[in-house]
Design a protein around this ligand. Structure first.
Ligand SMILES: [Mg+2]
Length: 158
């Protein structure tokens, strides 16, 4: 069977929200200027919207899985308010200093490959947007067709 779905993979910190470092509270979460417009564009073309985010703050003990999940639910709701359904948020809670090596922390492609298996994705037809070389590396390793490294979403004046 041919894989049928395509996805827009979004990094979170620096792409969806301004990256202040280890953001885990709603009051510290500021959406970047164009993210809803970009996500809507792909969403309306039938791309599944999938977030893939490294969250080593969990391994470091800065915040908990529960903190992360609470913020994620709020974030998903904000996208829904804009008519954009996020299909799934994958996160890597690990850090090599605490957990050893894992296959999910970008630049490893683990989260993308999990999404491929779960949602029957054609990765060559999929797109990734990241603000770090490790995002792009993960996308390329997984075989994502288009990988965009952005800077400006990171710098919207805050
Ligand atoms: Mg980032």
């Amino acid at each position: 069977m041919q894989r049928m779905n395509k996805a827009l993979f979004l990094d979170r910190d620096g792409v969806i929200n301004i990256d202040h470092g280890y953001v885990y509270k709603i009051e510290d979460f500021f959406f970047t200027e164009k993210i809803f417009k970009i996500a809507k564009h792909y969403h309306d073309q039938g791309f599944l919207i999938i977030v893939v985010t490294n969250q080593s703050g969990i391994a470091r003990g800065y915040y908990t899985e529960s903190d992360f999940n609470q913020l994620t639910q709020w974030m998903i709701k904000k996208f829904l308010d804009q008519g954009i359904e996020i299909t799934k948020v994958y996160h890597c809670p690990h850090h090599p200093d605490f957990d050893g090596d894992c296959s999910c922390r970008k630049p490893m492609p683990g989260m993308i490959l999990s999404a491929q298996a779960e949602f029957d994705l054609a990765l060559p037809n999929s797109v990734l947007i990241g603000d770090s070389n490790t995002d792009i590396e993960a996308g390329k390793k997984a075989g994502v067709g288009e990988n965009y490294l952005i800077y400006e979403l990171n710098n919207t004046g805050l």
